[in-house]
Design a protein around this ligand. Structure first.
Ligand code: ATP
Ligand code: MG
Length: 554
């Protein structure tokens, strides 16, 4: 069952309440533990909201901890982006930690395990270790190095640290049980040799702890009480507990698993997202088509919308895939009252209003947001020449087409009724200019009731219009992607070749003052964000955040 975070309860909250009632902890401590090997994505947002809001509700603490134990993939660029994204979502950590700061302590705990006869150095190759591990049905086999003496293990492990051996020559393994039904308990590897500089510890280390060894120690060192992770780690929990126990950690964190977020039309693993960036399918981690926090930010999503979405999906113990339209729904809900309305013509068609005086410009009143009158009004120019959408005219309209066609009259939003009487085509037969007349009696806001028209269209006055580039997005990943494995394909086979369309159109003149990340609702086109990277007052660039309509129902 899905349970909402913001309503009364969910299964994780219940565990916390019970622990507090039993007096197990005075204060709960959670953590968000990203590996700095990529930018954060929307799945991480779910974990952030869960960890921070859980602690907050019970007056506890939440740490941001970089799980930086693999020097090959990690980078300070990622560290910085992660901090920025967590803050942007609206969360403030109590402590900022780096797992790499505990390398010395982890090493000492490993020594302790060796001294207790609970860990040994194994010279087997990675392939041999994999083979000896057995399968779900067959027990594993003990390594020939398993019964080395404690002295020999201590000596070898210290020499591993001192850099005497090459990458892969030796590993340190826990000595647990090669016949355990849980494969994770079959003498898991604790340390491996990597002669590689680390973004934080430089060349100090050439052995690095494995996730299964490092993570429980990190949690225990920081006094984390509830260590929340995704379901794949459920089978690792006995090992987690074993490490905490055998390393004789004072504090005993509790691992709790929940189902990771999956979204339709979305790949979420950082490995895949990195591939999209490296192979230039997209223009960086913050490309508005990316499901990264930075991509959503650049596209124009608000932190409020993302957080509301994460609260709504709640936490569950079973896998499910959430429709990406649900996220879009929260974006529309959030922008509805915040984003001023405006008019923009994406695919312009020139209209000459033949009975409007030449050289005259009048400034008409336009409401900024009919759903939020506090946002006031603006003035927009009107004259003899305007642009409308190409789509809003047809030479030979089908039934129920209420926009412009020869002889038909429509309402121009905020202005007058106009009627089409003629049009000009270029050599290819494309309509390039309309000739219309307007009726001065029908001016918007004057209470004209003489007659009705069925269509209302938007427009921009031609001589004052600001040129603008519109960037329209479609899903980056086609949805059949879920079948990828079955058909022997990779997710790259499902990258949508038409995920971005760039179009040049016009917007209202006051848009010259729009700043990076200002958000607008363009009449009939949806919500747009002023691109924070490439937009300038002279060359405005708008990213479509989301279109107006959706069939999605909450
Ligand atoms: P990825 O496979 O995308 O790299 P990860 O789990 O390896 O994901 P981490 O940086 O280790 O990435 O994750 C930090 C935290 O975010 C972890 O606690 C992890 O459980 C959580 N997390 C990652 N992906 C999701 C997701 N899709 N839904 C919910 N939580 C997630
Ligand atoms: Mg990972």
């Amino acid at each position: 069952m899905e349970e909402n975070l913001h309503t009364s309860s969910n299964f994780i909250k219940n565990i916390v309440i019970e622990d507090l009632e039993k007096g197990k902890y005075d204060e709960i401590v959670t953590r968000f533990p990203p590996e700095p090997n990529g930018y954060l994505h929307i799945g991480h947002a779910k974990s952030i909201v869960l960890n921070f809001e859980l602690a907050k509700e019970f007056n506890g603490k939440t740490n941001l901890r970089f799980d930086d134990t693999n020097p090959l993939k990690e980078d300070t660029e990622y560290v910085e982006s992660i901090k920025e994204d967590v803050k942007w979502l609206g969360y403030d950590w109590d402590n900022l930690f780096f797992a790499s700061d505990y390398f010395e302590e982890m090493y000492e705990r490993a020594i302790k395990l060796i001294e207790k006869g609970k860990a040994y150095v194994d010279d087997s190759t990675p392939e041999e270790i994999r083979e000896m591990r057995g399968t779900l049905k067959a027990p594993g086999k003990e390594s020939p190095f398993r019964n080395r003496s404690i002295e020999e293990n201590l000596d070898l492990f210290k020499r591993m640290r001192a850099g005497e051996f090459e990458n892969g020559a030796k590993v340190l393994r826990a000595k647990i049980d090669m016949t355990s039904p849980n494969i994770n308990m079959r003498d898991p590897v604790l340390y491996r040799i990597f002669h590689a500089p680390h973004h934080n510890t430089g060349d100090n280390w050439c052995i690095y702890p494995m996730y299964d060894f490092a993570h429980p120690l990190e949690d225990a060192i920081e006094g984390v009480t509830h260590s929340i992770c995704t379901l794949e780690f459920e089978d690792h929990r006995p090992l987690y507990d074993w490490i905490v126990q055998e390393c004789e950690m004072q504090s005993q964190p509790k691992q709790i698993e929940f189902a990771r977020l999956n979204l339709t039309n979305t790949v979420m693993s950082k490995r895949k997202l990195k591939q999209l960036v490296d192979e230039k399918y997209v223009d960086g981690w913050d490309d508005p088509r990316m499901p990264t926090i930075s991509g959503f930010r650049r596209k124009g999503y608000t932190p409020e919308a993302i957080v509301a979405f994460c609260r709504e999906i709640g936490v569950a113990k079973s896998f499910s895939t959430v429709d990406v339209q649900m996220l879009e729904h929260f974006v529309r809900e959030d922008l509805k009252l915040k984003a001023p309305r405006t008019m923009g013509v994406i695919r312009p068609l020139k209209v000459v209003i033949t009975n409007y005086p030449e050289g005259q410009v009048e400034w008409l009143d336009a409401e900024n947001n009919p759903e939020n009158p506090d946002m006031g009004n603006r003035k927009i120019p009107f004259s003899r020449e305007i642009y409308i959408e190409q789509d809003d005219f047809m030479e030979e309209p089908p039934k129920k087409y209420f926009r412009l066609f020869p002889g038909n009259e429509v309402r121009l939003k905020h202005a007058y009724f106009i009627k089409c009487h003629d049009y000009i085509k270029d050599e290819s037969g494309r309509v390039v200019e309309l000739h219309c007349t307007y009726d001065p009696e029908t001016k918007s806001g004057t209470g004209f009731t003489g007659r009705k028209v069925k269509g209302t269209i938007h427009w921009v006055e031609a001589t004052h219009a600001q040129p603008a580039e519109f960037r329209l997005y479609e899903p980056l990943i086609l949805d059949e992607q879920e079948k990828e494995e079955m058909e022997g394909k990779t997710f790259l086979d499902y990258v949508n070749p038409d995920s971005l369309e760039l179009i040049n159109g016009y917007v209202e003149p006051n848009m010259k003052n729009a700043r990076a990340n200002d958000k607008f609702q363009f009449f009939r086109h949806g919500y747009f964000n002023v691109d924070p990277k490439v937009s300038t007052p002279d060359k405005l660039v708008f990213n479509r955040i989301v279109s107006l309509k959706s069939s999605f129902k909450l």
